[in-house]
Design a protein. Structure first.
Ligand code: SAM
Length: 305
């Protein structure tokens, strides 16, 4: 029988045994609530037929549960001080591979190939909040066949991922996530479920990858540029937002005629457009430039407005 690290007493005893000190810069808030842990595993739908990629196993609390449920678990942890702890807490599981690395630098495709052996992949994590967006976008854009991502994120970020036009939380993150997946908020989680307590509320969100994107667009990179540019300058009209964006070089006439062709008012704001409207705008602008690339795509999404 394994020591259940979801029990706060056991977590504290491991931390004391190794003299571990929490590093704020790595977003270390460990889960100490067995109900929340069970809910995450259940929502992810992990079975023995899956490879699970866990980001930031910490002391291995969720990893133990994942190892019981999954075919194999690949756990990527940046903090080398946690590795000896993980070797103890996960030592009895033969289906866990611990990788001491930065999730933003590892080759996820290689992990999938070498450890997955063709198994479908699920991502499960209590994410380090300071890099939520680049992690999630990096996973979607990696080309790895992930069927869902079930993660703990800041509550406000979970809300932004889920909403549509008309809400103050609607933004580039909502559109980027919804292009790739169907979001579903599984549970809200208060600060007292973690040690140390974060100073924000949290939520578990499941992102189920679409088999086919919900909209068809000729140039996905151009569409994402338009989305980012529109939300970068929220108080501006769509026309001015796109015209002033550094990464775009469309003329005012090209933009305003595309807006007109869509049947939108000249003073329309970007935050009122749906994903399919952004796709249409992208196709119209792409057509106007006759194949000439009028945007710079920032491959690494560090920040999404
Ligand atoms: N899974 C554990 C739990 O639920 O108790 C810990 C979650 S804690 C919120 C985030 C974890 O991610 C920490 O263990 C932290 O060291 C790790 N981490 C932070 N940045 C990382 C990165 N760039 N790559 C991999 N792991 C990272």
């Amino acid at each position: 029988m394994h020591t259940d690290l979801g029990n706060p007493k056991n977590t504290i005893s491991i931390i004391q045994k190794y003299g571990f000190s929490f590093q704020k810069k790595y977003g270390q808030n460990f889960l100490i609530d067995t109900h929340v842990l069970d809910k995450i595993i259940a929502a992810s739908g992990v079975t023995k037929e899956h490879l699970v990629l866990e980001i930031g196993p910490g002391i291995g609390t969720m990893t133990q549960r994942l190892a019981e449920a999954a075919g194999h678990v690949a756990a990527v942890e940046i903090d080398s001080n946690l590795i000896p702890i993980l070797e103890e807490t996960l030592g009895d599981y033969e289906n866990v591979t611990i990788i001491n690395d930065d999730i933003l630098k590892v080759d996820i495709g290689k992990i999938a190939r070498e450890l997955g052996g063709g198994l479908p992949i699920k991502v499960v994590a209590n994410l380090p909040y300071y890099i939520t967006t680049p992690i999630i976008m990096g996973l979607f854009e990696s080309g790895v066949p992930i069927d869902n991502i079930t993660v703990m994120v800041q509550k406000e970020v979970a809300d932004r991922m889920q909403v549509g036009p008309g809400s103050k939380d609607y933004g580039a993150l909502s559109l980027a996530v919804q292009y790739y997946a169907e979001p579903y908020i599984v549970a809200n989680v208060p600060p007292n479920c973690f040690i140390p307590r974060p100073n924000v509320g949290s939520a578990v969100i499941r992102l189920t990858r679409h088999k086919e994107p919900p909209v068809k667009v000729k140039d996905r990179e151009l569409m994402f540029c338009l989305i980012r540019a529109s939300f970068n300058q929220r108080r501006k009209t769509l026309l001015n937002g796109l015209y002033n964006a550094q990464e775009l070089s469309f003329s005012k006439e090209e933009i305003s005629s595309a807006i007109e062709e869509m049947g939108l008012l000249p003073a329309v704001r970007g935050e009122t457009l749906s994903l399919s409207e952004f796709a249409r705008l992208s196709d119209l602008l792409g057509k106007k430039t006759g194949g000439k690339k009028k945007y710079k795509f920032l491959k690494k999404i560090e920040k999404i407005p």
